[in-house]
Design a protein around this ligand. Structure first.
Ligand code: TYM
Length: 331
């Protein structure tokens, strides 16, 4: 049986990018593999949330995960900070992680651009913490979106380096995974490449968005005045709308609008109306469940406690063995 690990930073509600890039893959894997899914709250400290925001966001993501169909009886669902063993492995991995390689990571360079006043050591060592998350359970597969590919490459580097350094075959090489396909990137609505919470208002559709909010966001999505010649390649913002349609609409609907585009008869107002309707239909069951689960405090508490216990057992075993390998031995 393969081991699967994946996580999400608690930055608020889950959006369609999180769902199609990562969560949908978890759901397909949870009954056939040994799965660990967690909420990466240590990671989120790199952006300095207030205590109330941190707690609220962890709770929202937990509820979203469960509403999306994650089954805490089949897999281990936990909060990262409930497993402090991960911080010890992080420290140990940091001893063999080098400044040059950490500074070259794309997500670090992006953060330096986005938050120049808060370039903290946590941001720099984000990939070692992520590697610790993954290899602490000896994961084979890590269901993630395309944006995490480089982090997985670093994880393999750190795992191999440990094995080489101590001349052991201890850690396995984890692979980024998207159910039998390439890793994916779901675009946002603002014409930019990626759906993401930090990309600005209106860019992301959240699983919890009401029909009115979805309508407002989709109708405002960036488009243009339409093609002037048949069968032309699509400009980026238009391709984004088609990509979104590909994930939430039926193949017939997609074919219909492709045909309209290729014959220069497309009306983006009509396309957006259809996309709105299909997004509302797609997210409706999640919205209902989110409200249901949010009202059940006892259930949430039970899920979190059980998850922490199961995750700690696996993590503690790894840390115990790693300490032995490194040479921390009892007298
Ligand atoms: P985060 O919280 O930014 O995103 C969570 C997951 O959603 C995917 N994702 C997307 N996929 C496709 N298209 C998009 N527009 C899109 N936006 C987000 C991400 O690829 C990710 O899979 N570093 C991670 C959290 C993390 C983690 C880990 C993941 C910490 N430790 C260990 C896996 C294993 C992050 O910030 O993801």
């Amino acid at each position: 049986m393969e081991i699967v690990v994946s996580g999400i930073r608690p930055t608020g509600e889950l959006h369609l990018g999180n769902y199609f890039g990562a969560v949908r893959n978890f759901l397909r894997m949870q009954y056939e593999n040994q799965c660990y899914f967690f909420i990466a709250d240590y990671h989120s400290l790199t952006t300095h949330p207030t205590p109330a925001d941190l707690h609220g966001n962890v709770r929202r993501v937990l509820i979203n995960y469960l509403a999306a169909g994650l089954d805490p009886d089949a897999s281990t669902l936990y909060i990262q900070s409930d497993v402090p063993e991960v911080t010890e492995l992080y420290l140990l991995l940091n001893m063999n992680a080098y400044l040059g390689e950490l500074q070259r990571v794309t997500s670090f360079k992006e953060k330096v651009r986005k938050q120049p006043d808060n370039v903290n050591a946590g941001l720099l060592t984000y990939p070692t913490l992520m590697a610790a998350d993954i290899i602490i359970h000896k994961a084979h597969k890590v269901p993630v979106g395309k944006d995490q590919e480089q982090h997985l490459e670093m994880t393999r580097t750190f795992a191999n380096r440990f094995n080489r350094m101590y001349n052991v075959e201890y850690f396995v090489e984890p692979q980024a995974y998207n159910f039998g396909e390439q890793l994916i990137k779901i675009p946002g609505l603002d014409g930019s490449g990626k759906m993401g919470k930090s990309e600005g208002e209106g860019n992301a559709i959240f699983l919890s968005d009401s029909p009115e909010v979805i309508k407002k966001k989709v109708m405002k999505a960036v488009s243009d005045s339409g093609p002037t010649e048949p069968n032309q390649p699509k400009p980026d913002a238009i391709q984004n709308l088609f990509t979104l349609m590909e994930v939430v609409s039926s193949p017939e609907t997609l074919d219909f609008f492709n045909e309209k585009y290729n014959t220069c008869q497309i009306r983006y107002g009509d396309m957006k109306k259809q996309l709105t309707q299909d997004m509302i239909q797609f997210t409706a069951p999640f919205r209902e469940k989110i409200n249901e689960i949010a009202a059940d405090e006892a259930y949430l508490k039970k899920v979190v406690n059980t998850g922490a216990e199961k995750a700690r057992e696996s993590a503690a075993k790894t840390v115990r063995e790693v300490r032995q390998i490194i040479g921390f031995r009892s007298f």
